[in-house]
Design a protein around this ligand. Structure first.
Ligand code: GLU
Length: 378
């Protein structure tokens, strides 16, 4: 196959997040030492080339279940969390031994969505990851499964890896899984394989349809969560490649610009803080806007003033994330509020110049300043 110049972005990538799924790292729950050897060699080669790599590795629950001698899958959530605690040790131990052969130190980072929803902790995690990268070590990230309840968990490492892309401003995400990439249509149980897509410029409804169906049974996430990860990464200005871990040296070949798997092109980069606001921050309240305010936000790129707010819900403070909805409750934007929910209750519907008179202070005319706001269709 002719080299595709669009793949050049893979060669140019300096900071790379690599996500490897349980299906690649384990067989019937048992860690596959050969895969760890391959992975540590490929990653060490990239680091030797002066590139920075963060590895997001699954496999804790699978490996823990195996170590505990479990033979069936229907265990309770606390049991699976316990299995993750057991399995994570074996996982990291295996990485440490393999990377040591290449003279590389690794660092373990366990994250929850709940932790990263807090802006300060998000920035702390960034600083730690960047410090590890600067020291030439390879951070190995997984979800902190032992403390993750439904409300605070990522649930799948595809979305965790895309969050890491934004966290460290990476320029490439490689998702290593057990299918070759995205097929033009969902592969049927039998019959010829549909065409593998080489490059996806944009994630359209047709592309989303191609990701559904019986071909996506693998891993925790399936192809749909991989598309979502690619979309999030694109908005961080990063390209994504989905490839098959069975292909020999897929990572090295991707990083060399070869056509391996499916490449999803990067989009226009959204500021990291806005990306966090759109995808990671947890909203603590809702502001219902009138059509004028909705239009000012969506079409005119303006800030949110009190006059356009019809209703406020939730109990939130200054600086908390809130979602703005229209009168039909459709989400329009997310932003950081400059006023508490109680004070918005008092100033909603009034002109900005009245704020001081009503509250006895003013944090400015805007309830949400444009710089602290992201339109959800951006
Ligand atoms: N954090 C989980 C584990 O290590 C994996 C989640 C996933 O595969 O997406 O077992």
């Amino acid at each position: 196959m002719e080299p595709n110049p669009v793949r050049e972005c893979q060669l140019q990538a300096r900071r790379i997040v690599i996500k490897v799924g349980s299906s690649t790292l384990t067989r019937e729950g048992k860690l596959r030492p050969r895969k760890f050897s391959e992975l540590s060699r490929s990653i060490s080669e990239l680091v030797d080339q002066g590139r920075e790599v963060v590895l997001v590795s699954s496999g804790a629950i699978a490996a823990g279940s195996h170590r505990l001698g479990w033979t069936h899958r229907d265990h309770s959530i606390p049991e699976k969390q316990a299995a993750a605690a057991v399995g994570q040790i074996g996982l990291v131990d295996m990485y440490q031994r393999r990377f040591a052969r290449h003279g590389r130190q690794i660092g373990q980072i366990l994250l929850t969505r709940g932790g990263l929803q807090d802006r300060e902790r998000f920035l702390n995690a960034r600083h730690t990851l960047l410090a590890l990268l600067q020291m030439g070590t390879v951070p190995i990230v997984n979800e902190n499964d032992t403390v993750s309840t439904d409300e605070i968990r990522f649930g799948d490492n595809d979305s965790l890896s895309a969050t890491i892309v934004n966290l460290i401003s990476a320029d490439l995400l490689i998702i290593v899984t057990d299918v070759d990439g995205l097929y033009a249509e969902p592969p049927a149980a039998s019959g010829p394989r549909p065409d593998l897509l080489d490059v996806v410029e944009q994630i359209t409804p047709e592309i989303e349809a191609a990701a559904k169906g019986p071909g996506s049974r693998f891993g925790r996430g399936g192809m749909t969560t991989k598309l979502e990860a690619a979309r999030m990464a694109a908005l961080s200005g990063a390209a994504t490649v989905v490839c098959n871990g069975r292909q020999s040296d897929a990572i090295g070949r991707i990083a060399a610009g070869e056509s391996v798997g499916t490449l999803f092109l990067a989009g226009e980069r959204m500021a990291s803080r806005k990306h966090w606001l759109a995808f990671t921050a947890q909203t603590r309240g809702t502001l219902t806007l009138d059509p004028g305010a909705a239009n000012a936000l969506l079409s005119d790129g303006r800030s949110l003033l009190p006059v356009g707010i019809l209703a406020v819900e939730g109990d939130f403070g200054v600086g908390d994330a809130v979602v703005c909805v229209d009168a039909q409750a459709r989400p329009l934007a997310r932003g950081l509020s400059a006023y508490t929910s109680g004070d918005i209750q008092r100033i909603k519907g009034i002109a900005a110049k009245e704020i001081f008179r009503v509250l006895g202070y003013s944090n400015g005319s805007e309830v949400i300043h444009r710089d602290d706001l992201v339109v959800l269709d951006d």
